[in-house]
Design a protein around this ligand. Structure first.
Ligand code: MSP
Length: 526
């Protein structure tokens, strides 16, 4: 039987600078979901990459060198290679398990864009027209006069460039009704639901045919020769039209058709709320025109501020995620972002909150429970998983924890499928509290004094088994800590057995050697 596939993407990032914590957020969430689906035994493709055919990148290179003249193709390629490597390396440092990394300057992408363009062109959805309007290079977007604030782009606070040029247009407005019908009949397409109205109102009121090329753009994919009109001069494909196609080129479109058929459509495009219109209006219309299936879900998460301030260069509050990972540990960074920011909503990043979360949930939570249980196993059970004798298979000691863990798994899975990732994180800590409470109630050291060996064995088995479940639940978020837990618990085949089997109560084998002395999350002292 072929495996269920799960294809998840992040936006491809502009590389005019190194990644900041906002970019890391999207990528970490995508990695969390990809890991979880891998544990479920699915064929997962996690795709990320870099958006390289953007004027923004060229401007950044010019700023860096201080030269006013246009850089040569070679200089641009060198800069893009270096910057793109910085992004790839960052994702490695943050333990992102992307299966591929797509760059829009790659050959495979150019081929896919040509193939896609051909389909849309053949459909009769591309025409030559004249664009008159204003363009914001920061947004890489033609903006409407009505969207300007004091004549400036509301986001970048600079006056956009007035442009009048011949451009190729995509008949986007022709897809208005089809898009509205699709959104209406596929409630899972735009998530969270609260974003749906924003997209629908844009499609109804503002969406027009869109220019998909730029005149005299040296850097960019040229309009394929079969579709050119001499009167238009040299034109390159508009960066968003080009960039969206990465979701196809990254899984074989225009090259490996077999792979493409198996993996496409995407199960989830994860994006920030700033780029939802591109993903929920332009992109599905492009796919409809090309005769390709639509992604199942586009989820837009919120933005976060830093200590309640907008992240910006002028405020000098841009956070490099690798600095945070180095200082606090990668697991702590990942956990904090997943737990603290209600997924889908705006949030705030604060080092004070990160330290609090680290101490309460990780150091005093998972770390402390693990250290105590392993030390007690060493002391009272000779450092081995104890056997539980039939006489102690009581409802209180056996069925009840099994039931409680079963319920925790159900809430964890429900939270994930409802995209409430922050709640899934909370469930892990609830399981930790269950273990803490059992220790407080049973006091194994007191049982030892009374020589109640059977009861100690049962209690410690339950606690060790609880740790095994915590390791499974937390691996997608806390891979380093979870793998250490599997190692000390002597669980060797943790990623080989089926997830369903792993979730069943009683998986630890009595007699397995268990190592004490594990310190997962040292407490941060003020
Ligand atoms: N290149 C386009 C995307 C093309 S996808 C076909 C782009 N790139 S970007 O480099 O600007 O990164 C965009 C993504 O970074 C946002 O959609 C969002 O996911 C993430 N974030 C950037 N700043 C952020 C915050 N302050 N907070 C949370 N996420 C943020 O747009």
């Amino acid at each position: 039987m072929s495996k269920t596939k799960y294809y998840i993407t992040t936006p491809i990032y502009y590389i005019n600078d190194k990644p900041h914590i906002g970019h890391a957020y999207t990528t970490i969430v995508a990695d969390f979901l990809a890991r979880l689906h891998r544990l479920r035994g699915e064929e997962v493709v996690l795709l990320t990459g870099t958006d390289e055919n953007s004027q923004k990148n060229i401007e950044a290179l010019k700023n860096k060198t201080g030269k006013t003249e246009e850089p040569t193709g070679k200089e641009v390629q060198k800069y893009l290679d270096e910057m793109s490597a910085v992004w790839e390396k960052t994702w490695d440092t943050l333990a992102i398990t992307n299966d591929d990394f797509i760059r829009t300057t790659e050959d495979r992408h150019h081929k896919a864009v040509e193939e896609f363009y051909l389909r849309v062109f053949k459909k009769g959805d591309i025409y030559l027209g004249t664009y008159v309007g204003v363009y914001c290079a920061g947004c890489e977007l033609f903006i409407l006069e009505s969207e300007l604030v004091d004549g400036k782009c509301a986001i970048h606070k600079v006056a956009p460039k007035a442009i009048k040029e011949k451009n190729y247009f995509f008949k986007l407005s022709q897809y208005r009704e089809k898009l509205l019908d699709y959104i209406e009949s596929h409630p899972q397409f735009i998530q969270p639901q609260s974003r749906k109205n924003e997209v629908v109102s844009y499609i109804q009121k503002f969406m027009e045919d869109t220019s998909i090329s730029r005149e005299n753009m040296k850097w960019g994919i040229p309009i394929p020769a079969f579709a050119t009109d001499a009167s238009a001069g040299e034109q390159a494909i508009y960066v968003w039209f080009d960039a969206l196609i990465n979701y196809l080129s990254g899984v074989g479109f225009g090259g490996d058709e077999k792979k493409f058929k198996r993996i496409w459509p995407a199960d989830l495009h994860l994006v920030g709320k700033d780029i939802i219109k591109f993903h929920c209006a332009l992109w599905p219309a492009m796919l409809m025109s090309a005769g390709l299936p639509l992604p199942k879900t586009v989820f837009a998460h919120g933005f976060f501020t830093i200590d309640s301030e907008k992240m910006s260069k002028s405020l000098k509050n841009i956070i490099d995620p690798t600095d945070v990972a180095r200082k606090y540990g990668n697991d702590t960074l990942r956990y904090y972002l997943l737990r603290e920011i209600p997924f889908g909503e705006d949030g705030d990043f604060s080092f004070a909150r990160l330290e609090e979360r680290h101490n309460s949930d990780l150091a005093n939570g998972i770390g402390n429970l693990a250290a105590r249980v392993l030390a007690m196993t060493e002391k009272f059970c000779g450092g081995k998983v104890p056997s539980v004798t039939a006489s102690t298979h009581t409802v209180e000691f056996w069925a009840s924890p099994a039931l409680s863990l079963g319920k925790s798994w159900a809430s964890y899975e429900k939270a994930v499928s409802d995209f409430k990732i922050h709640d899934a994180m909370k469930t892990i800590i609830d399981v930790v509290r269950f273990g803490d409470t059992l220790i407080d109630k049973e006091k194994p050291w007191a049982l030892a004094k009374e020589g109640m060996t059977d009861r100690i064995n049962t209690v410690l088995y339950v606690l060790l088994e609880t740790l095994r479940h915590i390791a499974y639940m937390s691996w997608p978020a806390l891979p380093e800590a979870a793998e250490k837990l599997f190692a000390v618990l002597g669980v060797k085949n943790w990623n080989k057995i089926s997830y369903e089997e792993a979730k069943v109560w009683g998986g630890l084998k009595p007699g397995t050697k268990v190592k004490a002395g594990l310190q997962l999350f040292p407490k941060i002292e003020k």
